[in-house]
Design a protein around this ligand. Structure first.
Ligand code: ATP
Ligand code: MG
Ligand code: MG
Length: 551
């Protein structure tokens, strides 16, 4: 993270001035979906800042909307926060505070600062006014405290239908800040809650609940994204008028966005529900679980997020930057290996029939400590179809009739003959090899320009490779207007997943889920944790090797 930022400055001042002895932050996801890379930013900021000042961070589920929430999401969020490398001080649920929130609402009623309204949702919206027009007071605004207490108690008892009555804060219908025009703070919702079951049929609204949750937990700095900036006066009003002992300070920072990515949970859920992807953890999703399945490491995600910095402006960041960080992280960690995605058989005609020799190959030339692996070589190998052309253009340095190339870790081979089927398709290449040119012997007799990867035929292990393209073709920010005849779904890339069957080196027979490799010339791959079995190995491409991205 950059050495300083405006939030850090505030916290530092609060500690130096004695306003706070200890910093408490929270990460407050609503369990209505899986966490995405944007949440990782909030996690890194909340946990990171508390850590830096020896403070604490709670993981708190903001579970005040039972219709959209689910235990599956609670479980996945806990797993993802842990996987990212963070430990929460306490695990809390907003729903644990429903009783206290109710009492605070009663306190507001008693102070003449809240009333039960019978207007419909549509009417409330209409009465609220606009930026240029003041709001209109509800005819129910003048109900007596006694009547309000009675009605609110009956709302809780379940005497009213959904939408029949709400509780509103009585603030100012002509405030220039629309959030202060008597916001709804409780609604009737006859819905089972994943935590409280059927105990409640009224639920607090986010704008009322959130400040109370923070204050109850003694949160000192309540960090959120800038869309809540206009809510800050209401946040402070709730804390003050509900007479909360502790007074958290809300501070907003800019949301993270990524090119070619939609991030709102509503849209991600739609992609899952409508079958565009095979679950929240599909490797094409920007979710933490999707990135994990693709092969991203927590280190790469954390470093990426730190590099994006903390500012007030929301930034759409190039996805290439995220890729840069996983390459950086895996460079020294991932063993190198060779895999052929689209095999073409090569027969080395002057190599003794039946002979197999073992060749030494460095596991990671950038990290020699990783040692040496052995790979078999024989008369028959697979190379990549792309690495042969019968009639190549100039500057093609790979295999073509009469040309000599280097086989990585092995010998020079020269293309002597092209074998075709009846339809004229190339099915096999016959080559000669030169024993003098063996890799590692220091041969300098002549040079070749192309170096190809390959896999020995008789011992090659079949493997499936999954290659990915961006799921969303539009590389502008996701917040672009949607209309009835154009939604983000129109930008879904139909070719975002390609499955290919190829071969890998035989020394990889005991690989397991989440093992990561750099396949020579193909990039980094992860063993898929869901679909890969010892009888059918599946690799997800994490990222290719080349990038135009520079920090
Ligand atoms: P979404 O709009 O994607 O559904 P949300 O803001 O509704 O996300 P919450 O579960 O409420 O999701 O988010 C928990 C915390 O993560 C909030 O404090 C929120 O501000 C923060 N957060 C969510 N998305 C981003 C983002 N893209 N960048 C930074 N922080 C984010
Ligand atoms: Mg939210
Ligand atoms: Mg949301």
């Amino acid at each position: 993270m950059e050495t300083s930022n405006f939030i850090k400055t505030i916290i530092k001042e609060d500690i130096e001035s004695g306003k706070h002895k200890e910093i408490i932050t929270r990460f407050p996801p609503e369990p209505n979906g899986y966490l995405h890379i944007g949440h990782a930013k909030s996690i890194v900021i909340n946990f990171g800042l508390a850590d830096e000042f020896n403070g604490r961070t709670n993981l708190r589920f903001d579970d005040t909307n039972p219709l959209k929430e689910d235990q599956e999401y609670v479980d996945s969020i806990k797993e993802d926060v842990k996987w990212l490398g963070f430990e929460w001080e306490e695990l809390r649920f907003a729903s644990d505070y429903f009783e206290e929130m109710y009492d605070r609402a009663v306190l507001l009623i008693n102070k003449g600062l809240a009333y039960v309204d019978d207007l419909t949702a549509d009417e409330i919206r209409e009465y609220r006014g606009t930026l240029t027009e003041p709001g209109k007071e509800s005819p129910f605004r003048t109900r007596s405290i006694e009547e309000n207490l009675d009605l609110f108690a009956r709302m809780r008892k379940g005497e009213f239908e959904n939408g029949q009555k709400v509780l509103r804060a009585k603030i100012d219908m002509s405030s220039p800040n629309i959030n202060l025009r008597d916001p709804v703070i409780y609604r009737v919702s006859h819905a089972s809650h994943h935590n409280t079951g059927d105990k409640w049929c009224i639920y607090p609204m986010y704008a009322f609940a959130h400040p109370l949750e923070d204050a109850i937990e003694g949160v000192t700095h309540s960090l959120c994204t800038t869309e809540f900036e206009d809510q800050r006066p209401l946040y402070n009003w709730v804390v003050e008028q509900c007479e909360m002992e502790s007074q958290p300070q809300q501070i907003e920072f800019g949301r993270l966005g990524l090119t070619n990515t939609v991030m709102s949970k509503r849209k991600l859920k739609q992609l899952v529900d409508e079958g565009f992807v095979d679950g929240w953890d599909d490797p094409r999703m920007p979710t933490i679980s999707g990135l994990r399945r693709k092969g991203y490491t927590p280190e790469a995600i954390r470093e990426f997020v730190k590099e994006t910095g903390i500012s007030k402006g929301s930034g759409v960041v190039d996805s290439a930057m995220l890729e840069h960080f996983v390459r950086e992280d895996l460079k020294l960690k991932a063993p190198r290996t060779m895999g052929v995605l689209r095999p073409l058989k090569v027969v080395i005609t002057n190599y003794p029939e039946g002979q197999v020799e073992m060749l030494d190959a460095e596991i990671n030339p950038e990290n020699p400590e990783m040692g040496i692996r052995q790979i078999p070589f024989s008369r028959e190998i697979y190379i990549e179809q792309d690495d042969f052309m019968e009639n190549p253009p100039s500057k093609y340095f790979r295999l073509f009739p009469g040309n000599e190339v280097r086989l990585k870790h092995a010998y020079f081979i020269k293309c002597e003959e092209v074998i075709k089927d009846e339809d004229g398709n190339v099915v096999e290449i016959h080559c000669s090899y030169d024993p003098e040119t063996k890799s590692g012997t220091g041969f300098t007799g002549r040079k070749v320009k192309g170096t190809l990867h390959w896999v020995e035929v008789s011992q090659a292990i079949p493997a499936e490779f999954r290659l990915y393209e961006p799921l969303i073709l539009d590389n502008t920010a996701e917040d672009e207007e949607e209309s009835e005849n154009k939604t983000f779904l129109d930008n879904v890339n139909e070719n975002s997943l390609q499955k290919i069957n190829g071969f890998i080196e035989p020394n990889m027979s005991d690989i397991k889920a989440h093992d990561k490799y750099q396949f020579f010339r193909h990039g980094y791959f992860n063993v898929d944790p869901k679909d890969s079995k010892s009888s059918h190995i599946v690799f997800n491409q994490i990222v290719s090797l080349k990038s135009s991205f520079k920090l």
